[in-house]
Write a protein that binds this ligand. Structure first.
Ligand SMILES: [Fe+2]
Ligand SMILES: [Fe+2]
Length: 317
């Protein structure tokens, strides 16, 4: 036992990856399952706010882009459920936990999308914040998660650019279009900052996750990085970020920003955001509607296995 633990500690210390076959502390396994499941759920629920706009896209080009983007998010969810399965988690059980409200997904998806500018702002700010969070996870200590994250981050960066390009186009349009963009920025800015989680002094698990190299930076470090990255992009776009205290601090070499309303995050996390009930209801309905597909796939797999067992020569041939 001491041997196994020593091997785990040395692997982490050398910055090497923990793989599914390796021994790992129960706490590490549970933390990874929770984090990966929550991430997978976020990708899947995250299809809803933008998916609502697929049928209302303003052109065929925008529709094709949005369809591809939402489909990417479904793919991210599937890689991540597979990564969770390498830890012994059961995918059906994780889905049950999600639809029964026993596992969380990112609170950002509990806000409504009120217009097409929201699609652009989600790409720019929400996918942008996701990138800040996820790029360091490409070096996360758990191998399957880190490797899934490499591909996911490439697609997320494409998502961010498509959002920004949509906003640039709208900002070159009519006064109404510019007002739609500003309104969407006003609504999504603060929730985007909350995506990095509670402040470091209220985040009791951060130290352990950092020691295990699951996490590489604290919530506040990543939030600061996001603000510093976004301010110049907002200037190019010509929108105002809705924070009168936002300004460059030459001494810190970073932007200062106003206080975040943590009671709002708490409220949304605990189920009382604008769309929590709607998101879960839709996910639950999709799961129930899809039962026949899962049953058919399982029946097909059973038949194929039985056929292979009966006719081994055919398999060999
Ligand atoms: Fe994604
Ligand atoms: Fe994305």
């Amino acid at each position: 036992m001491a041997d196994l633990e020593g091997h785990f500690d040395r692997t982490i210390a050398r910055d090497q990856r923990i793989e599914p076959r390796d021994w790992m502390p129960d706490g590490y396994r549970a933390t990874m399952v929770r984090q990966i499941a929550q991430h997978a759920h976020s990708e899947i629920i995250g299809m809803q706010p933008e998916g609502e706009w697929i049928t209302r896209a303003p052109s065929l080009r925008r529709k094709a882009i949005l369809l591809a983007k939402v489909q990417d998010e479904a793919g991210h969810g599937l890689y991540l459920y597979s990564a969770a399965e390498t830890l012994g988690a059961d995918r059906a059980e994780l889905t049950d936990k999600l639809i029964e409200g026993r596992q969380k997904y990112s609170s950002i998806f509990n806000y409504p999308t009120l217009g097409y500018a929201d699609v652009g702002v989600i790409g720019w700010l929400v996918d942008g914040a996701a990138i800040c969070n996820q790029v360091p996870l490409c070096r996360s200590s758990y191998g399957p998660y880190a490797r899934a994250m490499i591909r996911i981050c490439k697609e997320e960066s494409f998502h961010q650019r498509q959002g920004y390009e949509l906003l640039l186009t709208m900002m070159k349009g009519t006064a109404d279009q510019r007002a739609m963009v500003q309104d969407a920025v006003d609504r999504w800015w603060w929730p985007s900052l909350m995506m990095f989680g509670p402040p470091d002094d209220a985040s009791p698990n951060t130290a352990r996750s950092m020691a295990w190299k699951i996490k590489r930076h604290t919530n506040d470090e990543l939030r600061q990085r996001f603000v510093d990255m976004t301010v110049p992009q907002a200037a190019v776009l010509g929108v105002t970020l809705p924070d009168p205290e936002l300004r460059w601090n030459p001494e810190r070499g970073h932007h200062d920003f106003g206080a975040i309303d943590w009671s709002e995050l708490q409220r949304v996390i605990s189920g009382d955001g604008p769309c929590n009930a709607e998101r879960l209801a839709r996910r639950r309905a999709a799961h129930e509607d899809g039962a026949w597909v899962r049953e058919a796939a399982a029946a097909h797999a059973r038949k194929a296995a039985a056929r292979a067992a009966r006719e081994p020569q055919e398999v060999a041939g």
